[in-house]
Design a protein around this ligand. Structure first.
Ligand SMILES: [Mn+2]
Length: 609
């Protein structure tokens, strides 16, 4: 999965802009969304009493699968000592033994990674651990466009020729059957570490050890580690075997900063061990020590301590810069950035990533303008329930992001394709309630290759077949997507009237961060709130206003991204009564209690049922 998939929904101030008039976003906004509120959890009352929690806090915890006081405590205060024993992961002992032998005999080790944030950080973590232990190790990052994803047999042949005796895959390899065969033929020992699902029919590749919590018979308790998470567990086992105390007190905690970036960027569920990685790592990220991280954070304009970082800072600021390397060029720069000790080199590399990200954004923006024009002009697209958009010159590295943007703007599932020498390469993103992989599988005969999951897909096919793909998919979508799921849904986690917001409750709710997959930022519903004073429009697109509820004199500052048009269209003004779906946000700009509301959606209160 990718960061774009996870972060495509909130329209961030950093997201690129479509030209406002006649934008497809408006068309989507005009369709009235369905408002739903989560059912109250029967166990919540019990938990609230047992753990002395406010009831809304208990509701949110139970909705995240938390039942006991101990689980609640760990969720609200993640601790390093809650990490699982690495040896409960199948294959760990064999992997540790072989790597230790390689270190003892000074055999050259090759780490084979991937070109995204997860894959590059996985390399950095394992390489650092092996080097701390005195091992010799090289790494390989595939080129996204030239090599594609996964381990290539030819690379192993070359490595063996260069004297490598042990290869370790990180964030890939669980389906690398050909590469594993080649390794065996070369007499090269192979350790696979991965988190992707194994092929149900073909099983796992033959290797000296396979570490993957998702392989059959692996009893590891946290099944949703990212690739860097699996690499971290291996690093943990290696370092603890040497000097457990030093590893736990110093080395491993220092790994958590990068691990948190990978965990958030790879969009794995932020629960269980992942939550510990993300929470502790993000906390430390506000005081970066490493030159590469410092340089990157400076260029990404992330405010230093005492400002507290959020998962959004990672998702919107750090991850795109790190991913830009793999999209536009070669991702090995990310590994260099995070392993160099030289501040000058770190700065140079960070600047390169920053520049590539700007280039990526411009490339994306140019394509979006073109897509925007087509959406406005081509009426068949307005009617279609699934969009298939192809371009001659769109950069293959950004088509996934483009698909996410189109989904954001139109509320429809979208496939974006680009042509290269008679072959079309595509990436697709879906909306809730429409299984995109199932959908494209109905056109399986058209593709050269395809894969993915419910939410996101990737594929290629001969360019000449694109019109047929479009026609068949649109016919399928017309049958299988309801008008309702296109309109979208405003999901509220709980009803929370504004007059119940106290600083104490706000600090409880603050402990639910960091947010990500399966721990989404809670959205609350407040009915019949009053607009206090005149709303202000910012940059023609956003709104800032104060909202109050009940007889008290308190009003709360609120902000709403991209809601200006709707506010004006509905003639909302002072004293209007609204239902609002909102999130609570820490604001550093000095508003009351530092908290403000972020309005997700509003509607005039008289529509309320
Ligand atoms: Mn990954």
């Amino acid at each position: 999965m990718s960061a774009e998939a996870a972060f495509s929904l909130p329209v961030s101030p950093e997201a690129p802009r479509f030209s406002p008039p006649e934008s497809p976003r408006r068309a989507a906004a005009e369709r009235e969304k369905r408002w739903t509120i989560a059912a109250t959890q029967p166990e919540a009352e019990e938990l609230a009493r047992a753990a002395s929690l406010p009831s809304v806090v208990a509701e949110l915890l139970v909705a995240r699968g938390i039942r006991t006081v101990a689980e609640a405590e760990l969720f609200l205060s993640p601790r390093f000592d809650a990490l699982h024993d690495p040896y409960s992961m199948r294959g760990m002992q064999a992997a540790v033994d072989r790597i230790q032998r390689a270190i003892d005999k000074q055999e050259k080790i090759l780490i084979y990674g991937d070109y995204d944030v997860d894959g590059t950080i996985a390399i950095v973590l394992l390489k650092t651990a092996i080097e701390i232990l005195g091992g010799v190790c090289d790494f390989h990052v595939p080129h996204r466009l030239r090599d594609g994803y996964g381990m290539q047999a030819a690379q192993l042949t070359q490595a063996a020729g260069d004297g490598v005796r042990l290869a370790i895959s990180v964030d890939n390899g669980i389906r690398a059957f050909a590469a594993a065969e080649e390794a065996a033929r070369l007499g090269l020992d192979l350790i696979v570490t991965d988190h992707h699902l194994p092929d149900a029919a073909a099983g796992i590749p033959a290797a000296l050890a396979v570490l993957n919590p998702n392989q059959p018979e692996c009893g590891y308790p946290c099944k949703h580690l990212c690739g860097a998470g699996v690499a971290f567990k291996l690093a943990q086992a290696l370092l603890e075997a040497k000097d457990g105390e030093r590893a736990r007190a110093k080395l491993l905690p220092s790994f958590l900063k990068l691990l948190a970036i990978a965990t958030v960027a790879d969009a794995v569920p932020l629960l269980g061990e992942n939550r510990v990685f993300a929470a502790l790592g993000i906390e430390q990220l506000s005081r970066p020590v490493q030159p590469g991280l410092r340089a990157l954070m400076e260029l990404a304009e992330i405010q230093p301590y005492p400002h507290r970082l959020t998962a959004r800072d990672i998702g919107f600021r750090l991850a795109p810069r790190l991913n830009a390397a793999g999209r536009m060029d070669v991702a090995s720069d990310v590994v260099e950035l995070f392993t160099t000790r030289d501040p000058v080199q770190a700065r140079t590399l960070a600047e390169k990533l920053h520049r590539l990200n700007t280039e990526r954004r411009n490339t994306e923006q140019d394509a979006l303008v073109e897509i925007e024009r087509r959406l406005a002009e081509d009426e068949s697209l307005t009617a279609a329930r699934c969009l298939v958009l192809d371009g001659e010159t769109w950069h293959r590295g950004v088509i996934g992001i483009l698909a996410s943007r189109v989904v954001d703007r139109t509320g429809k599932p979208a496939l974006v394709l680009t042509h290269e020498d008679g072959e079309a390469y595509g990436s697709g993103r879906s909306v809730a309630g429409f299984h995109l992989l199932d959908a494209i599988a109905t056109c399986g005969d058209l593709f050269t290759r395809f894969g993915g999951h419910a939410h996101a897909v990737g594929f290629s096919l001969p360019s000449a077949r694109v019109p047929e793909l479009r026609a068949r998919l649109q016919a399928y979508a017309a049958e299988n997507i309801s008008e309702e799921s296109l309109a979208g849904e405003i999901r509220c986690d709980a009803e929370l009237p504004l007059d119940r917001l106290t600083p104490a409750l706000e600090s409880w709710l603050h402990r639910f961060a960091p947010y990500g997959m399966e721990n989404l930022e809670p959205v609350f519903l407040a009915r019949r709130v009053r607009v206090h004073g005149s709303p202000r429009i910012m940059k023609e697109r956003h709104i800032r206003l104060r909202l109050s509820q009940g007889p008290g004199p308190v009003s709360h500052p609120a902000v709403g991204w991209n809601l200006a048009e709707k506010l004006q269209g509905l003639q909302i003004e002072e004293n209007s009564l609204l239902d609002v779906a909102y999130k609570l946000r820490q604001n550093d700009g000095g508003f009351s209690n530092g908290m403000e509301l972020e309005i997700v959606e509003f509607r005039p209160a008289e529509w309320a049922g």
